[in-house]
Design a protein around this ligand. Structure first.
Ligand code: B12
Length: 217
């Protein structure tokens, strides 16, 4: 029964019904549904359908923008609930950002939030981050991991450039690279020499723990 409301959230996202989404999300929490399930099966599933429609010319940029804003507001509400079930041990330092030329920040921001609540110190550089900016911040905060997000097939290659720069600075033996974003795959991650690829924020946390020696998953 409780799951129906997550499906309603997904449908309301697809229909760009901001008010309805923002009404249903607190209701779902009241019903005891886990926040990460609302994000994954509700909000994210819905916005992806909208993206597919956009690709086919059945939805337009203003609709994507409304959905993105709705998603951000819903995530603001959900953030304290996402933070609930985790320990607060300091696990390591991560520099995260969306790569140069790419302004998609919703997925990157959820990943940053979840890494923070899992106990990492996270420096979020925002969007359109150049390879030089990633490396400068990594040096400045002595980061353990660089986490890069890309949502466009045209911007994925910036990840390779950051890895190349990391290597030329001889930091690649110490600093690990993890990558993600809708067009990114394990195969792509392997091809550019990234240490890990994560399909969603749950995996991002698991991977970061593994890369910093806090789990064997
Ligand atoms: C919302 C949206 C927008 C919003 C972005 C708002 C914002 N502030 O982010 C707006 C309207 C601004 C926008 C603009 C554009 N968009 Co857009 N957008 C989307 C849409 C519908 C959803 C993206 C999203 O937020 N998803 C929800 C989040 C939660 O999911 P996610 O980002 O994938 O993140 C999860 C995982 O991937 C992973 N993850 C993400 N990052 C990382 C990082 C690490 C390290 C790890 C481990 C994991 C990880 O974890 C996240 C959480 O679980 C997608 C469709 C899609 N299928 O992705 C199109 C999409 C990405 N956009 C697309 C396009 C073409 C554009 C534009 C070029 C359109 C235009 N003509 O102007 C511009 C881009 C401008 C630019 N230079 O960047 C295309 C890209 C096609 C391609 N092959 O490259 C898509 C796929 C739509 C489509 N099917 O055509 N867009």
């Amino acid at each position: 029964m409780g799951n129906d409301i997550v499906d309603q959230i997904r449908v309301a996202m697809i229909d760009c019904q901001t008010d309805q989404v923002l009404e249903l999300v607190p209701k779902a929490i009241d019903k005891g549904i886990v926040a990460s399930e609302i994000v994954n099966r509700g909000l994210t599933a819905g916005i992806r359908v909208l993206g597919d429609r956009f690709e086919k010319g059945e939805a337009f940029l203003p609709e994507l923008a409304v959905a993105a804003e709705t998603m951000k507001q819903a995530l603001d509400f959900l953030e304290p609930h996402l933070a609930k079930s985790v320990d607060e041990e300091a696990l390591g330092t991560i520099v995260i950002g969306t790569v140069q030329g790419d302004i998609h920040d919703i997925g990157k921001s959820i990943v940053a939030t979840m890494l923070t609540v899992a106990g990492f110190t996270v420096h979020d550089l925002g969007v359109e981050v150049t390879p030089a900016q990633f490396i400068a911040k990594t040096k400045a905060v002595n980061a353990d991991i660089i986490a890069m997000s890309a949502l466009l097939t045209t911007t994925m290659d910036r990840m390779q450039e950051t890895i190349d720069l990391l290597k030329s600075e001889k930091l690649d033996t110490r600093v690990k690279i993890m990558v993600g974003g809708a067009p990114v795959s394990q195969q792509f991650a392997d091809s550019i020499g990234a240490d890990a690829y994560g399909v969603d924020f749950n995996q991002a946390v698991k991977i970061a723990k593994r890369l910093t020696g806090h789990s064997n998953d």
